[in-house]
Design a protein around this ligand. Sequence first.
Ligand code: ATP
Length: 347
Amino acid sequence: MNDQLVIDKVTVTYDNVAAILKASFSLAEGEIGCLLGPSGCGKTTLLRAIAGFEPVIEGSVSLHGKSISTAKYTQAPEDRAVGMVFQDFALFPHLNVSKNIGFGLSKMPAKQRDDRINKMLALVSLGDSAEKFPHELSGGQQQRVALARALAPNPQILLLDEPFSNLDAELRTQLATEVRTLLKENKVTALMVTHDQDEAFAMADKIALLNGGKIVQVDAPYQLYHKPSSLFAADFIGKGSVINVGIDAAGLLGNNLGSLSIQTLPKDLGNTVKLLVRPDDVTYDKTSDTKLPIISKAFLGPNYLYELALTDGQCVPCLTQSHIDIPIGETLPVRFDLRHVVIFNGE
Ligand code: ATP
């Protein structure tokens, strides 16, 4: 597969302070990437550097084999074959849907432009809203118009900056899934910024996790969730608790957690490890002798998420079906499933 976007050791500064430091990342043609991380980690800065709104002071950005940003040269945003979708939709309020979508196509002959607009309207399932104005549309529909407008000039890459964050939670994940299907069907290469991991999981083939201006891990969503490479990633991605546990040479863990197979353990572990325990690593089992006090519980509809205390007071999560309804203060019989557990050195 050819790399469509290559970011190579890119540094971006504001007033001599690095907001992005030596970031490297690439996307193959048709691949959907996501820049994910906490507020202020530099996601938008990196996206703006790709779009040409921020110069890079080190490294390079290339699109389709052509260098578009280096320390010496920044190609103007309007000359990059880049489409952008913003958080606030940014539609023109006085133009109807068709005219909004056709805005960037002024150089096309009229017939070709109309055909393209109709194709885009069909693509985002808004064929019957062509004459409507933005205020007559729902938030989700407005964002679909913004998407159609960005895709109309056939960009080499689509950049999306928190595109769903003005929508309510349920619509957000639904639209993220819809947009992914649409981009995949049309083989569009896209890069989205978000701080919402559900959105990132729903959209991305590949996620770059950022912390403090650095890319700390690039992986598929599954890998990032199950094989976080750092405590930061383990903590930021998904639900779970990181607990400190003693471990002996045979792999036996303290806190009555059971044993780990020593063959699968990193070689340089000390006497204490940090264990990432996900809610699905702790299973309700009414026949189990391990009974842990319930500290708190949250009703999630199909499930309860329990927080349980270990013998030393540290807490672990446990996800059960919601008909397993046991009061706080009583105990829950559980089994630990340590096959997929993630371990870090305790030091
Ligand atoms: P959020 O999720 O809150 O939007 P982000 O990850 O997109 O955050 P950026 O907006 O890229 O983060 O900001 C990265 C860092 O750069 C922050 O410390 C921010 O304060 C700083 N920063 C961003 N824009 C500017 C600017 N125009 N001038 C100076 N500093 C800036």
